[in-house]
Design a protein around this ligand. Structure first.
Ligand code: UDP
Length: 254
């Protein structure tokens, strides 16, 4: 079988050329690392779970009219997506203080924020993805004012919808990171949601106990990392049918 052309390999995903022009295949790995790369490891079954969780959440978002790059899931670890020109910004939406916001501003983790807050980070690994303002973004041309307005409006709608959906299954959406891309269709450009939405880029806490069910279990050495991701999928009703057995990828038959 002809090998597909690999276009990009990131920390948690690989992008391959898609079966038709304008599409890509997004492959989810089990690899995990912290933002500054100080800690590396694997979380068994993470790729399978993130593929399912992101498929599920992006499909729900599409149903309420949020444009996304997701087309369909192809198999346990791969999904077909639309090729976009990624805007070089990470948009973080926060509902509860945690992580870098708590460290930077001295607000105790778990403090409910007076309103949802959006932060922008410039996607540049060599600079450790620095926090930037709207002024930096428009002055340096990473995105124009109209694009930024679209991204903020989408991010707030996504936050409202996901907060409700997750609360319904006993999960508090503390914060999450989004990436957007530009899709060109007949000389017209639209901003659409790209990347993934999964416990790798969301903080998800049990709404009763505040127990963490996301990548902080890995980042902070809390143990039971796989279990956290599985519990999110289980509560959403999308845990792969064979349970954890089919999370490890194909096994050679004797
Ligand atoms: N996040 C991410 N990728 C990054 C940095 C952050 O997906 O490179 C997500 C993270 O999972 C969390 C949110 O963005 O849900 C806010 O992260 P924060 O700024 O608090 O940084 P951290 O404490 O994770 O370094």
């Amino acid at each position: 079988m002809a090998r597909r052309r690999q276009l990009y390999e990131g920390k948690a995903k690989i992008l391959f050329e898609g079966p038709e022009p304008g599409t890509l295949v997004q492959y989810f790995k089990d690899d995990a690392s912290t933002a500054n790369g100080t800690k590396k490891g694997t979380i068994t079954g993470k790729g399978v779970l993130n593929n399912r969780i992101s498929e599920y959440l992006m499909s729900r978002l599409a149903e309420i009219g949020i444009p996304t790059h997701f087309v369909r899931r192809l198999n346990m670890r791969e999904q077909l997506i639309r090729e976009v020109e990624i805007v070089p910004l990470s948009m973080v939406v926060r509902n509860v203080a945690a992580g870098s916001l708590s460290t930077r501003l001295g607000i105790a983790e778990g403090t409910r924020l007076p309103r949802s807050i959006i932060e922008y980070y410039f996607k540049n690994e060599a600079l450790n993805d620095p926090l930037v303002s709207e002024e930096h973004i428009t002055a340096f041309g990473w995105a124009g004012t109209a694009d930024l307005d679209d991204m903020v409006a989408l991010a707030l709608r996504i936050n409202d919808f996901l907060m409700g959906l997750l609360l319904g299954v006993g999960i508090t959406l503390v914060d999450f990171k989004l990436e957007f891309g530009r899709l060109w269709e007949n000389d017209e450009m639209r901003i659409i949601l790209a990347d993934e939405i999964s416990p790798d880029n969301c903080r998800l806490w049990d709404s009763k106990t505040n127990e963490k069910m996301d990548k902080d279990r890995f980042r902070r050495d809390l143990g039971k990392v796989e279990e956290g991701y599985q519990e999110v999928a289980r509560r959403l009703g999308i845990l792969p049918e064979a349970g954890t057995r089919d999370l490890k990828g194909p096994e050679t038959m004797q």
